[in-house]
Design a protein around this ligand. Structure first.
Ligand SMILES: Cc1cc2nc3c(=O)[nH]c(=O)nc-3n(C[C@H](O)[C@H](O)[C@H](O)COP(=O)(O)O)c2cc1C
Length: 268
């Protein structure tokens, strides 16, 4: 049972989750273009399980987050379930998901969660392709530099088109669902959420300098430093912030990631 005890007076109308910075960048660009403010939902981590009331002001309610296994990243799904938007007054509602490739049914999921828990209709869901970050399964990996740069270059005008469409209310559509979206989004996504969230395979190699950046940047507070080494606490959401951002490239996931690339969003 969720008990609503926290009330946030907020003028932050674009809520985002990010692991490796792609969605953070998109949220900030949209905020600039729409004249809104942004809020990282990781800031609600300590209270979200109890439920959070958020007072809406401004002209928009925006949700930005990465696609994980053809659905929403787990923390965003949890946020949409456990927060209550107060004072909803027909603000323009939109969601932008970032993906490496295709998005499955993340659009349906966000619309269903907003409707079910806040009775808010969200019919505008867009996707922006960004460099891929999924590296913890064999057969996957980061994009090579040429492709990653190309995606980053293409993303900028796409974000502008999306902002323009949100502003004007035009029926511009850009959402890349991919093949077999229902199989992926409705069957593989729940399996992924149920069975692949474990963090037992993460470890730090000898090159770890004990800098603690992994712990500091973990949006789930799932890492603590013990004897100058990261220790994962068992409630990982697989955003992969730790492994991609480690400045010593010392974090690995089992025997899968030794030869894989690393990526996080950096301003050019
Ligand atoms: C656990 C996980 C699952 C992912 N699943 C998908 C997917 O189903 N489809 C896709 O196109 N990209 C997928 N990606 C790639 C991310 O959606 C993409 O790189 C995103 O822009 C990362 O955003 P962030 O930097 O804000 O975390 C996945 C990444 C991770 C870490």
């Amino acid at each position: 049972m969720v008990i609503f005890v926290h009330y946030f007076k907020s003028d932050k109308m674009i809520f985002y989750f990010t692991g490796t910075g792609n969605s953070e960048h998109v949220a900030h660009r949209l905020a600039d273009l729409l004249g809104e403010n942004v809020k990282n939902i990781a800031d609600y981590y300590d209270t979200i399980y109890k439920g959070v009331d958020i007072d809406l002001e401004g002209n928009y309610l925006g949700i930005v987050c990465p696609v994980h296994s053809w659905g929403l990243a787990k923390p965003m799904a949890r946020f949409l379930k456990n927060c209550r938007f107060k004072g909803f007054d027909n603000q323009k509602v939109f969601c932008v998901v970032t993906c490496g490739d295709t998005c499955g049914t993340a659009d349906k999921q966000v619309a269903e969660l907003l409707k079910k828990y806040n009775n808010i209709v969200c019919s505008k869901v867009y996707s922006v392709q960004m460099p891929n970050t999924y590296i913890v399964m064999k057969g996957f990996g980061t994009d090579d530099k040429v492709l990653a740069d190309q995606k980053l270059q293409n993303a900028e005008p796409e974000i502008e088109r999306i902002a323009e469409a949100i502003k004007s209310g035009s029926d511009y559509k850009h959402y890349v669902r991919g093949k077999k979206p229902f199989l992926k989004g409705r069957i593989l996504y729940p399996l992924f959420m149920a069975f692949t969230m474990g963090d037992k395979k993460f470890f730090a190699e000898d090159g770890c300098t004990g800098c603690g950046l992994c712990a500091k940047k973990c949006p789930e507070k799932n890492i603590v430093m013990e004897n100058n080494r990261p220790k994962w606490l068992g409630h990982c959401v697989k955003c992969l912030s730790c492994i991609h951002r480690c400045p010593a490239r010392a974090i690995q996931f089992g025997d899968i990631t030794q030869d894989m690339g690393r990526y996080y969003y950096r301003k050019a």
